[in-house]
Design a protein around this ligand. Sequence first.
Ligand SMILES: *Cc1c(COP(=O)(O)O)cnc(C)c1O
Length: 429
Amino acid sequence: MHYFEYKKGELYCERVPVSRIAQQVGTPFYLYSYRTLVRHFKVFNEAFEGIPHLVCYSMKANSNLALIRLFVNLGGGVDVVSGGELYRALKAGADPQKIVFSGVGKKEDEIEYALKASILMFNVESSMELRTINEVAGRMNRKAPISIRVNPDIDARTHPYITTGMKQNKFGIDILRAPMAYRLASELPNLKVMGIDCHLGSQLVDVEPFVEALKKLKSLVDDLRREGMEIRYLDLGGGLGITYNDEEPPHPYEYASNILEEIRSFNCTLILEPGRVIVGNAGILVSRVLYTKENEEKRFIIVDAAMNDLVRPSYYGSFHQILPVREEAREEIVADVVGPICESADFLAKGRKMPRPNPGELITVMSAGAYGFSMATNYNSRPRVAEVLVRDDEIHVIRKREEYEDLVRGEEIPEFLRDNSKFQSSNVK
Ligand SMILES: *Cc1c(COP(=O)(O)O)cnc(C)c1O
């Protein structure tokens, strides 16, 4: 459910024609719908009404300050995975007591930063990390709140790059070794055990893996409680999938009701870390067709957005629907939609059946709100694109398009390279 719709043959975001925004900010740009974002967050959050819970938006899906602030305003917390994300979360006004810090490779300075900020807890992924956090906390005269991220060895049945809860993945502590890690954590003087955590992967389209994981976690918590450990939080991570093409993921209500059934009388606060399901279908990437060309075998649509703007098709082979901004009757063709980057992996769609686009016209890549801009790079020295938030009939630029100057910020030519004549003479050996 989203608010990108055709009205009289024109694609609108809420009450604004997409073409008007293109006129104003140029192309390409990311476009988010405020109403859609609010709706997605609220539906997800309300699905868990009835038990104590905290929705920590997983900001790596889309880390724009405006979006974080929007979810913070709705009572959300944030799941961060780096010092940089923590900085953004705080800058956006997130309540530190609603921030959880995940990730396999937290550095000492990041741990220190998070302790200073008084975050809710660290999701710890190894025994060595427990020791490091204990040390840093000791140095600062603090007690570090921690959960242990357990790897429940469950097949999330999604793309291998976004499966995280199996033995062969780098994430979490093997569930069989977890009790040992908990014993270590409760012996270390500067740690405070708060709960248990897991995250199975991303774009899951079945509820079964979640329920299976929850059952495993519950039985582990029962054991830990018998040993006298206090487990107050159970964090089930994120990972609920969305419809890109023909996937049929469970509605948040269905997802929640399956989880609630398991956990209602379990006496803990549930934490959820949704990313994609909140922002994925609330954003699109708008681009302009530059050229079309064909040979005996193939037809190419060359557009001004590329893999540096949206890497998912190249990286995961992901499907994104591509639609013309102006809807009209036209011939169906099969084509590759490609960007200007000098890589054959630079495509947004391959062998796609689509209405024939004309040079100069606008197209949109749908479902691009998650892992779109947040994975964008400057490859081929392409300035990162603008991000726009539409609310009703208002257009808000929430990140302006980068300029050429931004591309070289921080770079420097060392003194010894600057004098061309010296360089040539010293180069002759
Ligand atoms: C990426 C990630 C999430 C969010 O995953 P989605 O599939 O976007 O919901 C949640 N928790 C952790 C630890 C993650 O790494």
